[in-house]
Design a protein around this ligand. Structure first.
Ligand SMILES: [Zn+2]
Ligand SMILES: [Zn+2]
Length: 178
C-alpha cells in the first residue's frame, strides 16, 4: 500500500501537530509555527500571527481524536469535518507539489485547511483500511503518535529518541538476563 505524496504529507503534518502538544509543547511561539511551515510548506494564506497560532494549537486535540479513532469512528470525524467546511475542491499544482486536490479555498484559515487536508487524507486511510499505520508510540511512557508509512511496517515509535531509548532498554534487559 502506497499513499499518494499529498496524502502522506498531510498525515505527516497532522502527526507533527499532534505530537507538538506532548510535553514539552513545541508549538508555543510564532517561531515554532515558522519551523512547522518550513517542514510543511503550506501554499495559500499564511497570517503568521498569534491568532493563527492559537487556532493551530486549538485544532490539535481534534486532529489527535481523528487520527487515533477506530475506523468507523474515524469516518464520523471525517464526515463531521467535511460537513462543517465550505468545500470547493479543485486540482492545483504549485511549487513542490504536482497535481493534487485542494478541498477548500486557499484563503481559508490555516487551521481549517489543515483539518480538511487531514480529513481528506484519512479518506484514503479509511478506504484502504490502513488505520493501523497510525498508532500511539510503543514506548510505555510516550503518548505521541507514530506514523508508519514504511513498506515493511517497521515503525513502532514516534521518534528516533523513543526508538533509541527502547533499543538501549532492550539491550540492558538482555544483558541482565544473561
Ligand atoms: Zn497544495
Ligand atoms: Zn514516543
Amino acid at each position: 500500500m502506497n499513499f499518494t505524496d499529498d496524502t502522506a504529507e498531510a498525515l505527516r503534518a497532522a502527526v507533527w501537530l499532534v505530537n507538538s502538544a506532548e510535553d514539552p509543547d513545541t508549538l508555543e511561539s510564532l517561531e515554532d509555527e515558522s519551523a512547522f511551515l518550513t517542514d510543511f510548506p503550506y501554499s495559500g494564506r499564511l497570517d503568521r500571527d498569534d491568532r493563527e497560532l492559537a487556532a493551530l494549537r486549538a485544532v490539535r486535540p481534534r486532529l489527535r481524536a481523528m487520527l487515533t479513532a477506530p475506523r468507523d469512528e474515524m469516518v464520523d470525524h471525517v464526515n463531521d469535518a467535511l460537513a462543517a467546511s465550505r468545500l470547493t475542491p479543485r486540482l492545483v499544482r504549485h511549487e513542490g507539489a504536482d497535481w493534487h486536490l485542494h478541498a477548500v479555498a486557499d484563503d481559508r484559515p490555516l487551521a481549517e485547511r489543515v483539518l480538511i487536508e487531514t480529513a481528506m487524507a484519512l479518506i484514503d486511510v479509511i478506504r484502504a483500511d490502513e488505520g493501523s499505520r497510525i498508532s500511539i508510540c510503543a514506548d510505555e511512557t510516550c503518548e505521541a503518535l507514530a506514523l508508519d508509512l514504511s513498506r515493511n511496517r517497521s515503525k513502532r515509535y514516534c521518534s528516533t529518541t523513543c526508538t533509541n531509548r527502547n533499543a538501549v532498554a532492550a539491550y540492558r534487559a538482555r544483558r541482565a538476563a544473561e
